[in-house]
Ligand binder design. Structure first.
Ligand code: GLN
Length: 487
């Protein structure tokens, strides 16, 4: 592969700024890399080659702009984020051919920071899934082993970054969809605090859980992308009006973890972890101790209720959010329908895949009169208690550490026949969303048995992304993560 595409976002941005390479050269190198790897990896739903080269031509003509921190850097965007004049399918047939007339705020902010929109990434349909096998188009492969899944639902973003097709990507995380693929693909993934990044222009799945965040090859790269997209947006009433700290300064000269207390939730460490995951994550925690951190055991007693709670709240919100896809306003419309009702039913039946339909039915059920109190209201109450659990744990320490997932990436097809088994993969990630807290996956693998990447999950207090980045950065310099896959 071209040496250029292997560089980190921070390295390429420095080369671009000093004109050692042009923006067009960098984008061309990425396009060549996509051409070489995409037939095997299948990470992308559409590639904006022409538009990207047009953008870089204009950037090069104007010259590097120090006011634009991502000047000339090609990035990939999960296909759940609206991109002006570029396809946005959410991995669903129902949105085939849909081209939004505006950019999501996060995308607009990347563009105004000088980034180049390279491609839209594959995903589980409407972000529902943990493997990217639920895409209505094709399943993405894990660049470390093509027989294995990349994780999901932001698996296209994860695989693309790991395969060095781009220098970073945006993913979205409702219950783990940034952290899980980051962990399976051996990259860094950061789900910000709920409200830190505007959700305007993100097609909603579970509105009270969804967040957009960076997926990159290094912690510093994640800090740069987060810095560009974070901050209040008047078009999203849930985005919080609170100053954005200087994330780069936070990681700048930090090599030690002295003074930091890391909480190890017993429920995460003692629960049926694959030995190689326990080992790699355990070694990373030892390393943190060697760097000066103190560790304490903490409890998240309600962890065992997290999956049930999440799958009630997320499906309830999804059933309401997905009502807008009715064959009238967007995308697919069944042409043979005999009546208006028939058109709604046929368009939704043919347009949505099996998992999406399952969740709409489940969500409608838990919200229906007679069941609302038993399911939805109860779940909302348990959610509050889960949040309190985290607050109590985080009053004894500065951040929590544990595995992202009990296993490393599994084989394609291994879980598709058993949705419940698949839901269990989210056991360690979904509580973070229920509590609205920031969470991160840092590569600490490879696993001794499978040779596949392992991710350590760090969870922080609300709006304390700076501390997460700082700790992850210090650890990153000292753990033997896996690098990039040979392909
Ligand atoms: N796997 C979880 C689900 O299917 C999480 C998905 C996500 O974070 N978007 O709901």
């Amino acid at each position: 592969m071209s040496e250029l595409t292997r560089k980190s976002l921070s390295e390429i941005r420095a080369l671009l700024a000093e004109k050692a390479v042009s923006a067009s050269e960098v984008t061309q190198a990425c396009l060549a890399r996509i051409e070489a790897t995409e037939p095997r990896v299948q990470a992308l739903l559409s590639v904006q080659a022409e538009a990207a080269l047009k953008t870089t031509k204009a950037l090069d003509a104007a010259g590097p702009d120090p006011a634009k921190p991502l000047w000339g850097v090609p990035l990939v965007i999960k296909d759940v984020l609206c991109t002006k004049d570029a396809p946005t399918t959410c991995g669903s047939k129902i949105l085939e051919g849909f081209r939004p007339v505006y950019d999501a705020t996060a995308v607009a902010r990347l563009k105004s920071a000088g980034a180049v929109l390279l491609a839209k990434a594959n995903m589980d349909e409407f972000a529902m899934g943990s493997t990217t096998e639920n895409s209505a188009y094709f399943a993405t492969r894990n660049p470390w082993d093509m027989e294995r899944v990349p994780g999901g639902s932001s698996g296209g973003s994860g695989a693309s970054v790991a395969a060095c097709q781009c220098f970073g990507a945006l993913g979205t995380d409702t219950g783990g969809s940034i952290r899980l693929p980051a962990s399976f693909c051996g990259i860094v993934g950061l789900k910000p605090t709920y409200g830190r990044v505007s959700r305007f222009g993100m097609v909603a799945y579970g509105s009270s859980l969804d967040q957009i965040g960076p997926m990159t090859r290094t912690v510093e790269d994640a800090a740069r992308v987060l810095a560009a997209i974070a901050g209040h947006d008047e078009r999203d009433s849930t985005s919080v009006d609170r100053p954005v700290p200087d994330y780069l300064a936070a990681i700048a000269d930090n090599k030690s973890l002295k003074g930091l207390t890391i909480g190890l939730p017993a429920e995460y460490w003692d629960r049926g972890l694959a030995p190689e995951v326990a080992e790699a994550c355990g070694a990373a925690v030892k390393q943190a101790e060697a760097l000066g951190a103190k560790t304490v055991r903490v409890n998240l007693r309600l962890s065992e209720y997290a999956i049930a709670t999440y799958y009630i709240i997320a499906t309830a919100e999804a059933s309401s959010n997905l009502a807008r896809f009715d064959g009238v306003r967007y995308g697919y419309r069944d042409k043979d329908a005999a009546s208006l009702m028939d058109m709604y039913v046929k368009s939704r039946t043919k347009g949505f895949g099996a998992e999406v339909q399952r969740r709409i039915i489940l969500g409608t059920y838990v919200l229906s009169s007679g069941y609302y109190d038993a399911y939805y209201r109860k779940a909302a109450q348990v959610r509050r208690l889960i949040r309190q659990d985290f607050e109590a744990a985080l009053s004894q320490c500065d951040l929590l550490a544990g595995p992202v997932c009990p296993t490393t990436a599994f084989k394609v097809g291994e879980m598709t026949s058993d949705p419940l088994q698949m839901y269990l993969m989210d056991i360690f990630t979904i509580s973070t969303n229920l509590a609205g807290l920031p969470g991160m996956s840092l590569p600490v693998g490879p696993g001794r048995e499978s040779g596949m990447p392992v991710g350590l999950q760090l969870t922080g207090r609300a709006f304390d992304e700076a501390l997460l980045l700082q700790a992850a950065h210090a650890l990153e310099q000292n753990v033997s993560a896996a690098g990039t896959p040979a392909l």
